[in-house]
Design a protein around this ligand. Structure first.
Ligand code: ATP
Ligand code: MG
Length: 507
């Protein structure tokens, strides 16, 4: 018996000014099905989701039904009433509000007689909602002060918390981009229990192991069109990649040869302390790529920002032998340090500005001569960098807000790679970036190191660390508890070290 689809998307199209984001997409999802939605950066995944959520209106002729009832477009309330629930890319939380208020944004406050808000119930509800997800943090802190994974938990809790109507379809747009593997596993357990309750799940990710591990079926988008929908069971990763990008991905991602040269000490860090770090020493030579791994709460999340002077610190951070004072990102930049922070929306992307401005903001005077800005050369230089990173659609005059998440990330990378920093600090550099673009970014990091940069890569993606680094430091409890060298650099090994079960090498 073929089940009736809970969600039916028919001939869905969306045209932005000068940009066709979706073209005649047909998708059916059944109750209790976990459907992956995959494709390269900019292929239309978030646009489809935002239409379902009522943020965007599709082109005329598009149709969406939820249990055979047509969905009213452009109206978030109707989407919610139909039982569609969302965890959006970049989460959509209000950073200055606490967990209780952010949850209430989803379902409204619980009120008693006289319409007074029942704060005690609200707080208890919020606490148990995050506890159900396996988290235990202070729900009265502004969510902007929480760890990235805790914020993800708030967004998931909000999607699943009590609404006027029961959930029918839970849509998760790259929920794991900010999650270390162990926490992603917790989220998957939750997704499975939601599915077991008969709710359909749509899951977007660039991590194909998650697609195969979690999803029953997969829909592939390419350039706004549906390529295919299939069971994941009959597919392997190479097939799926080929469906996504339209060719094989064999020649990509060749790890670098052993670091060709290692120059002077470019970055020297002594007894670095912050709220989360308890005395970290770190020395990085010019030409070297050093990774940093650690679970949430290990201090990993604070390291990059602390190096750059973005949060209070004690200890010494010296670039090329010269100490840089704390809380002075301007002086860190002048010393030759660059930072690509995690979570571009909070920390790095100027959404209202165009791409040109987003790139040159880190080096406003690079192209001035005798005080005059040479706009022509600057423009062509920025264009070259955007092109090198394959930012799509092309055009430095586009507003950052009109780019897909992965393409925004590439713009932020272009900003710092272009400066050719002496010390390059990357925090989750390929967050939200698709498989092909990731390989290109890795090659650019190799190149920056070969050109003499000292690179620090903080990442929860242990394959990425194994691919990029000559050495990986493992943090736990704010200290360096392990250091793995090239021969030991495998993702599993890094993960084992981070969770505290260091495997002895066989030899
Ligand atoms: N508000 C907008 N105005 C104009 N163009 C837009 C807007 N939002 C998205 N686009 C364009 O629509 C296309 C699809 O973008 P979308 O965000 O849906 O991609 P995506 O598949 O979610 O990519 P990613 O994996 O990078 O998140 C892109 O070309 C993007 O530049
Ligand atoms: Mg997206």
């Amino acid at each position: 018996m073929v089940a009736t689809p809970v969600l039916r998307v028919l001939r869905l199209s969306k045209t932005f000014p000068g940009q066709r984001a979706l073209v005649d997409v047909d998708i059916d999802v059944e109750p209790g099905e976990v459907r992956a939605l995959v494709g390269q950066n900019g292929c239309g995944k978030s646009t489809l989701i935002k239409i379902l959520a009522g943020f965007h209106e599709p082109d005329a002729g598009s149709q969406v039904t939820v249990v055979d009832r047509p969905l009213a477009f452009g109206d978030p309330t109707s989407s919610d009433a139909a039982g569609l629930r969302f965890v959006h890319q970049d989460l959509g939380l209000v950073a200055t509000l606490d967990t209780v208020d952010n949850l209430a944004l989803g379902h409204g406050y619980e009120t008693g007689r006289l319409g007074l808000i029942r704060w005690r119930q609200e707080r208890a509800g919020a606490r148990s909602a995050v506890r159900d997800l396996g988290y235990d943090f202070d729900i009265s802190r502004p969510v902007g002060a929480l760890a990235a994974s805790e914020r993800t938990a708030v967004a998931v809790a909000r999607a699943l918390s009590r609404h006027a109507t029961p959930p029918r379809v839970l849509v998760l747009d790259e929920p794991t981009a900010n999650l270390p593997a162990a926490e992603a596993q917790r989220l998957f357990a939750l997704v499975r229990s939601v599915r077991d309750a008969g709710v359909a799940v749509i899951f977007v990710s660039h991590h194909l192991d998650e697609v195969f591990g979690l999803c029953d079926t997969v829909s592939v988008l390419r350039d706004g069109a549906l390529v295919t929908t299939r069971p994941t069971a009959g597919l392997d990763e190479a097939d799926l990649v080929e469906l996504m990008i339209g060719r094989k991905l064999a020649q990509y991602d060749v790890p670098p040869a052993e670091a060709a040269h290692q120059g002077e000490v470019a970055l020297d860090v002594r007894t670095l302390e912050t709220t989360a770090l308890r005395g970290v020493d770190l020395t990085v030579h010019s030409g070297e790529v050093v990774g940093v791994a650690g679970l949430t709460g290990s201090g990993r999340e604070e390291l990059a920002l602390a190096l750059f002077g973005g949060c209070p610190r004690a200890g010494v951070v010296a670039v090329a032998g010269k100490a840089v004072p704390q809380l002075r990102p301007d002086l860190a930049m002048r010393s030759g340090m660059g930072l690509v922070p995690a979570e571009r929306h909070a920390n790095a992307a100027f959404l209202d500005a165009d791409l040109q401005e987003n790139v040159v903001v880190a080096s406003p005077t690079a192209f001035s001569r005798r005080g005059l800005l040479r706009r022509g050369s600057e423009r062509s230089d920025v264009a070259r960098w955007l092109d090198r990173l394959n930012v799509a659609p092309a055009g430095a005059e586009r507003a950052m807000s009109t780019l897909s998440g992965g393409n925004q990330q590439k713009v932020v990378l272009a900003r710092w790679l272009r400066r050719e920093p002496r010390v390059l600090v990357l925090d989750e550099p390929t967050q939200g970036v698709d498989i092909g673009a990731k390989a290109e970014i890795h090659a650019l990091v190799d190149r920056a190191a070969a050109d003499g940069a000292a690179v620090v890569v903080v990442s929860t993606d242990h394959d990425e660390l194994a691919r990029l680094c000559g050495r990986v430091l493992v943090l736990a409890g704010g200290r360096v508890v392990d250091e793995l060298h090239r021969a030991d650099l495998h993702a599993d090994r890094i993960t084992a070290a981070a969770v505290g079960h260091t495997l002895r090498s066989a030899s």
